[in-house]
Design a protein around this ligand. Structure first.
Ligand code: KG4
Ligand code: ZN
Length: 354
């Protein structure tokens, strides 16, 4: 089976070709430059950039994979959640392609795709579902922070999510306060490497609360007051390094503490992590150390599959077809607020691809 997959939920235009679990091509065109001057994603500009990028990116993905339109057995796209205008571009392109090729269309939940990206490894990346085991999945991206109990393939339960700012959003907003360009997460990661994580103490919101929800807006506000009360603080490089390291430590500490506690409670033996913030080196190191200490297997999504990409959409679509999930109606609409909690508890979707 060969899947052509589209991902346009936010500011990455991506098209991939997936065959029998292998990602043959996964072309991602980032719009970071389009949005950088605004300090965040501008939805209207994102949609327009997708419109311009989709066809060249799709052509490149097909060429890199060495497939022709007639080789495609099904077409997939992110149906939600995400920015409405942005989602509409990818969904429309995928539905039109499926219609013209007379192939089934599969609408995919973006977060559900993140749940399975840690199972894909290697060059070319290949999904290894034979190794699958029940796990606790941490999704940490720019818009979402979630803990999900993945009980079996395509069967999951949302344990907690962010009540306000997500971890990536916190990195980005703290960076903005420091005058760093958007998205600031990767730069804070870099600047923090030479900083002292114990230099300044920042709040760890909800860290000891007996639930799995997250909140990072208080941390961002603490940094705002910290800088307000120290004029000229950012004039010194070492202080910037120390601030980045201290804020990063607070975010990582919350993520690790809550993830380990939930893993123990639900008694899984495996933890996975995906989403853009999973690229963060301190988080990767701390997760590895905490899992080792707690005797848990750790599966981190590879860097290229952490951030938004169509490869993970194609892998999940193929898996859904394998498990006989229904194809999605060609006239179906975008689902900008599609919650992970609405799918995957039971095999609710009706069956068969004809
Ligand atoms: O998953 P993603 O590509 O897009 C969303 O669905 O949001 O995640 C983007 C987020 C941004 O907030 C970015 O700052 C953050 O991931 N990010 C990082 C790192 N790389 C990306 N945050 C911290 N450290 C990094 N190395
Ligand atoms: Zn994402």
């Amino acid at each position: 089976m060969t899947i052509l997959a589209f991902e346009t939920s936010c500011d990455e235009t991506s098209v991939a070709v997936v065959r029998e679990g292998s990602i043959l091509s996964n072309v991602v065109s980032s719009q970071v430059e389009v949005h950088a001057e605004y300090g965040g994603v501008v939805p209207e500009l994102a949609a327009r950039a997708h419109l311009r990028n989709l066809l060249p990116v799709a052509r490149q993905a097909m060429a890199q994979a060495g497939v022709l339109p007639r080789d495609i057995s099904a077409v997939a796209a992110t149906q939600g959640p995400g920015l409405p205008g942005a989602l509409m571009m990818g969904l429309q392109a995928a539905q039109a392609t499926a219609y013209l090729l007379r192939r089934p269309f599969v609408g995919i939940n973006h977060h559900e795709a993140h749940l399975y990206s840690p199972w894909t490894k290697g060059h070319p990346p290949r999904a290894d579902f034979a190794a699958f085991q029940p796990n606790l999945a941490l999704i940490v991206s720019g818009g979402h922070t979630m803990l999900v109990h993945v009980r079996a393939e395509l069967k999951h339960e949302l344990l907690g999510s962010t009540l306000d700012d997500a971890a990536g959003e916190c990195f980005d907003k703290v960076g903005k306060l420091m005058g760093l360009p958007y998205p600031a997460g990767p730069q804070i990661d870099r600047l923090a490497e030479t900083g002292n994580a114990n230099a300044y103490s920042f709040p760890r919101p909800l860290i000891f609360e007996p639930h799995d929800d997250f909140s990072f807006s208080g941390l961002k506000t603490a940094v705002r007051y910290f800088l307000r009360d120290r004029p000229g603080f950012l004039d010194d490089k070492q202080r910037i390094f120390d601030l980045c390291a201290s804020v990063q430590e607070a975010i990582v500490d919350v993520l690790i503490t809550k993830t380990m506690r939930a893993a123990k409670r639900i008694a899984v033996r495996c933890v996975t992590a995906s989403g853009g913030v999973t690229c963060n080196r301190a988080l990767r190191r701390s997760l590895a150390a905490a899992c080792k200490q707690n005797n848990l297997e750790l599966r981190l999504a590879e860097a290229s599959l952490c951030t938004d990409n169509a490869g993970m959409i194609g892998v999940l679509a193929e898996r859904k077809i394998f498990f006989n999930f229904a194809s999605t109606d060609l006239n179906s609409d975008i689902l900008p607020a599609w919650r992970l909690a609405d799918i995957g508890i039971e095999f609710k979707q009706t069956l068969r691809i004809s």
